[in-house]
Design a binder for this molecule. Structure first.
Ligand code: ADP
Length: 523
């Protein structure tokens, strides 16, 4: 089913395949009204103090904490996640990120005084961090709560009204509104617009001031093409094919536990989950054997379990049917080329559960080792040397995240520097995302732009440069009238001040003379 072409969106529970609800996409008139309300908010939010904005975020955070159980229920119903995954990567993560921005936002948005060079002596230079205008957030289906509310709140903190278009696969209709309303959040500061790709495209047509997009590479290219027509700036958080490099000196059991979580959390539907595992040849077999043995013990079926209970499963379902077809295609391609499926490999009927799958004897000519699978699947390969491990990790169109496992932290950092990517966790996986102070984003086909960390606020700001001079009689040396004397003095000043070895006396003399001319000269 290609939901993107439907005017009516139907949402299904991937655990039991029951329809949850359906709705119509908005009309063009409704989209116009949404935009008009956002534009009307622009001057109000611009004037709202940063302290007040932070206060609103804090109220939302508290509302989420107090109402976490029903929010988790809604996330699970639409995504099929295990409750633990929904708690850690969505609700816990959101409150953690908000806590960090409570601490730093006022400081980040204060006018920043910057260096003023000697030729501009007596003047002041500042940066004002101002709102951009209405920001459009387009989100995917894998973390429907986190990936909507985090960028939306950061854009709001910077003083922008927000339009949030969730994925049509997991719209969680009504959840964001209930959270915002319950927290007493300013009406229309963040509006949710439900619909599929046509709705997204129509929102872009109305020229938001910025687009923050998280999703697939192909859609990212389309968004950028649409945005380019109106020169709308974009941040693109796209896919990944994360490598994990395991060196010979690791503690096997800890590392296996970490890799299992890094690959199978959220059923592998995270753009930063481990998809390629490279093991040093000396520990290849024992590590792989332990990984397969432990993976087989994970509970991965909701049969006989209450899917809303904390005792549900270790690994939830694949959310979308179309994703299962991609996973199956990659496994089929691997098997046809001689790859060995060591566990998992095929879906459970009547549900979107797809057991964790480990495939060995593969290389980069296989889809499973080169194209994003976005499911609970690891392609396992071995390496002999550090150089080979780095070369293999970098042999990918993606550059989102990676992990390096070794007791030798010097080596681990050396390898981390060599991997062409946006994030690296050492002796862990995806832990960079656990620290809201670290900016998140990728390079190469994984996109560009960063959110979280200081960049997470500044990406939604117009950084306005301001230079302040005083009023008086004096004119600037580079203003008219141009004279040979001024030309010579400015040249002397440049040579004295900017040469490798400074000549402070000459600088002072030419500076004083220029100053003197500036006071007298008239056209
Ligand atoms: P996924 O969620 O599988 O990563 P996409 O990258 O296709 O899928 O979609 C991510 C988000 O982008 C969704 O909210 C989707 O509705 C939206 N979208 C898809 N195509 C377009 C488009 N052409 N214009 C605007 N938004 C789009």
């Amino acid at each position: 089913m290609d939901t993107s072409t439907l005017a009516r969106v139907t949402v299904t529970n991937p655990i039991n395949l029951k329809e949850l609800y359906s709705f119509e996409e908005p009309t063009t008139a409704e989209l116009d009204q949404v935009f008009a309300r956002a534009r009307a908010m622009e001057p109000l939010l611009r004037k709202m103090s940063v302290k007040e904005r932070v206060g609103h975020m804090n109220n939302v955070r508290q509302y989420i904490i107090d109402n976490r159980e029903w929010i988790l229920d809604r996330i699970i119903e639409e995504t099929g996640k295990s409750r633990m995954d929904a708690l850690t990567a969505e609700v816990f993560e959101v409150t953690d990120v908000f806590d960090y921005f409570e601490k730093v936002t006022e400081k980040l948005l204060k006018d920043k005084s910057v260096y003023t060079p000697l030729p501009l002596l007596g003047k002041k230079s500042k940066i004002y961090w101002e709102p951009l205008g209405t920001v459009l957030i387009i989100a995917p289906w894998n973390f429907p709560f986190y990936q909507g509310i985090v960028p939306a709140m950061l854009a709001f903190l910077a003083g922008n009204p927000v339009l949030f278009k969730p994925s049509e696969v997991t719209p969680m209709k009504g959840v964001m509104e209930k959270v915002l309303e319950g927290a007493g959040f300013p009406k229309d500061a963040i509006q949710v617009v439900y619909g599929a790709k046509n709705t997204g495209a129509q929102l872009i047509e109305r020229r938001p001031a910025k687009i923050h997009f998280t999703g697939s590479v192909n859609t990212g290219k389309k968004i950028m093409a649409l945005a380019a027509q109106q020169l709308i700036p974009v941040d693109l958080e796209l896919g990944g094919k994360d490598p994990s490099l395991v060196f010979e000196d690791v503690d096997l059991e800890r590392t296996v536990n970490g890799i299992m979580w890094g690959a199978f959390t959220n059923a592998g539907q995270s753009c930063t989950s481990i998809e390629r595992l490279y093991i040093h040849e000396s520990i290849y077999q024992p590590l792989l054997d332990m990984l397969v043995e432990k993976t087989k013990k994970l509970t991965v079926s909701h049969a006989g379990r209450d899917y809303k209970s904390p005792a549900d499963v270790d690994m939830g379902t694949v959310t979308a049917e179309f994703q299962i077809r991609i996973i199956e295609d990659h496994i089929k391609d691997a098997v046809e080329r001689g790859g060995k499926v060591l566990c998992g490999g095929s879906r459970q009927p009547g549900t979107h559960h797809f057991p964790p799958t480990i495939v060995a004897d593969v290389d980069h000519s296989f889809k499973i080792a080169s194209v994003e699978t976005f499911g609970p699947v690891i392609a396992v390969m071995k390496f002999k040397t550090e150089e080979e491990a780095i070369r293999l990790a970098n042999d990918s169109p993606y550059g989102l995240s990676a992990s390096v496992w070794s007791k030798d932290l010097k080596r681990a950092e050396r390898v981390a520097r060599e991997i062409i990517t946006g994030n690296v966790s050492i002796n862990s996986h995806m832990l960079t995302e656990g620290n809201p102070a670290l900016p998140f984003g990728g390079i190469k086909d994984s996109g560009f732009g960063r959110y979280k960390g200081e960049a997470g606020i500044y990406t939604f700001c117009n950084s306005k440069s301001v230079l302040i001079d005083v009023q008086g009689k004096k004119i600037e040396p580079h203003w008219y009238p141009f004279t040979p004397e001024k030309y010579a003095l400015l040249t002397d000043l440049m040579v004295a001040l900017f040469s490798k070895s400074k000549n402070w006396v000459k600088f002072a003399v030419s500076g004083l003379k220029i100053d003197n001319i500036g006071t007298k000269q008239k056209l």
